[in-house]
Design a protein around this ligand. Structure first.
Ligand code: SF4
Ligand code: SF4
Length: 422
């Protein structure tokens, strides 16, 4: 693991602000790992905030809900932050944003919820892993093996991003209620929250919560990877090819827990998320609560004036985020950050030959040999990439970051993961 320039001071003190509802949202039919949803609405339909507008019958999926009220004006291909272009439901807003149909549960009902009830609510609310993984949460809450430990990921180790940190500060009570709810429904007694030492106020806020043990982590990248988190909190290693539940652990991200709280206590599906808008071109960085489906141009306009025109726009953090080619692309469930980077910060260096320095091997947090996987991948030797453990790569990007020859190791490892899985 390495210490990176954190660049969190730009936005860590900025309270969460509500972005005004946009005139149009573009809600892609897939915002999760798994199968795309089918529209439940047609062009011309009127929709209210929180109405389920896309779903499927079975499989790995999470339904999609209207993030603004208004009229469905199109169902068309539209830019997606990860998948290029895919079908999206377009809603033209009417400005009403009436949330009165959300059903509040009373305390007694909440206390009596079973694990099955919780999973049903989480599925109905369309909740997915909001730390970037986008795996449907109702499935993660149904581990195939018994788990006795819940770890809340409050590390937020990507530079610039402060959306989880602000949630931990401003919504610590709600996040705590969400944590205790998940633990009670799943019969888990050991509960930890991992927070990096650069967030002292969040550490203090959770230190006061009975039943939750705060583990203060060094501010290093990628501290927030599930395997690193488990190793640093419990001292346990997850064997290659295994998942946290194999050693009795469930990991949930802070924003996901907050979404669970909102679904259970407020009857609110996942229709908005906190996004950090920062980067070298942003004069006044912000943490914004953004309706899902809002094009990033609306966020940029809200943060004007910029110091200069960005040369690179990234959704996510600088290490794991993806550069975008259009400002029409919308914020989706996994988008925790929007970075506007200047020319100086976007310099692309020419790739040179591997000098066998071993820096990528030393830096890899899961003990892989990125240079070897890279060579095998370039030769399309997919069985060999698998043997080298390419599928265990957590895509943290550290190997790229440390390579003195500017080799695009991660890109070839990602390809190897896709090809060897075919
Ligand atoms: S091989 Fe994967 S896990 Fe290892 S440093 Fe590179 S991106 Fe990170
Ligand atoms: S860090 Fe770059 S140059 Fe060094 S061994 Fe890895 S791929 Fe080769």
């Amino acid at each position: 693991m390495v210490r990176l320039a954190e660049n969190k001071h730009y936005s860590e003190d900025k309270p969460i602000e509500k972005l005004p509802p946009p005139s149009k949202v573009y809600l892609p039919l897939i915002q999760h790992i798994g199968r795309a949803c089918n529209p439940l609405v047609k062009i011309g339909d009127t929709v209210r905030v929180g109405q389920k507008i896309a779903s499927i019958e079975a499989g790995v999926y999470a339904p999609i809900h209207a993030s603004i009220s208004g009229k469905v004006t199109a169902i068309q291909n539209w830019p997606h932050p990860v998948l290029g272009k895919i079908k999206a439901i377009v809603i033209e807003g009417d400005g009403a944003q009436d949330e009165s149909s959300f059903v509040l549960r009373n305390q007694k009902d909440i206390e009596n919820l079973t694990a099955a009830d919780l999973r049903a609510i989480v599925l109905d609310a369309g909740i997915v892993g909001m730390g970037g993984a986008s795996f449907p949460t109702h499935i993660k809450l149904n581990p195939p093996k018994p788990v006795d430990t819940l770890i809340i990921n409050g590390a937020e180790c990507e530079p610039y991003l402060t959306s989880d940190a602000r949630l931990m500060l401003e919504k610590s009570k709600e996040v705590s209620l969400g944590i205790m709810l998940v633990a009670r429904c799943l019969g888990i007694k050991k509960i930890y929250i991992g927070i990096e030492d650069n967030k002292p106020e969040a550490i203090e806020a959770f230190s006061k919560t009975p039943g939750i043990t705060v583990k203060v982590l060094r501010s290093e990248y990628p501290q927030g990877g599930e395997k690193q988190l488990i190793k640093n909190i419990l001292g346990k290693e997850i064997p290659r090819g295994k998942l946290p539940f194999d050693i009795g652990v469930l990991v949930q991200n802070v924003a996901t827990i907050y979404a669970i709280y909102e679904a259970v206590y407020k009857g609110k599906p996942l229709i908005a998320r906190v996004v950090t808008v920062s980067g070298s071109c942003v004069k006044d960085p912000k943490n914004l609560l953004v309706p899902l489906g809002t094009p990033i141009k609306n966020l940029i306009e809200f943060c004007l004036p910029l110091t200069e025109e960005p040369v690179k726009i990234i959704i996510g953090g600088p290490m794991m985020g993806l550069a975008q080619y259009t400002r029409d692309v919308p914020i989706i469930k996994s988008s925790g950050g929007l970075l506007l980077m200047s020319k100086k910060d976007s310099e692309v260096l020419e790739e040179e030959v591997c000098i066998r320095c071993g820096a990528c091997i030393r830096s890899c947090p899961v003990g892989l040999m990125p240079c070897q996987i890279n060579l095998a991948s370039e030769k399309q030797m997919w069985d060999l990439t698998k043997e080298y453990g390419a599928n265990d790569c957590i895509e943290c990007g550290l190997c790229n970051y440390v390579c003195p020859s500017s080799r695009t190791l991660l890109q070839t490892i990602k390809r190897a993961k896709l090809e060897s899985g075919k």
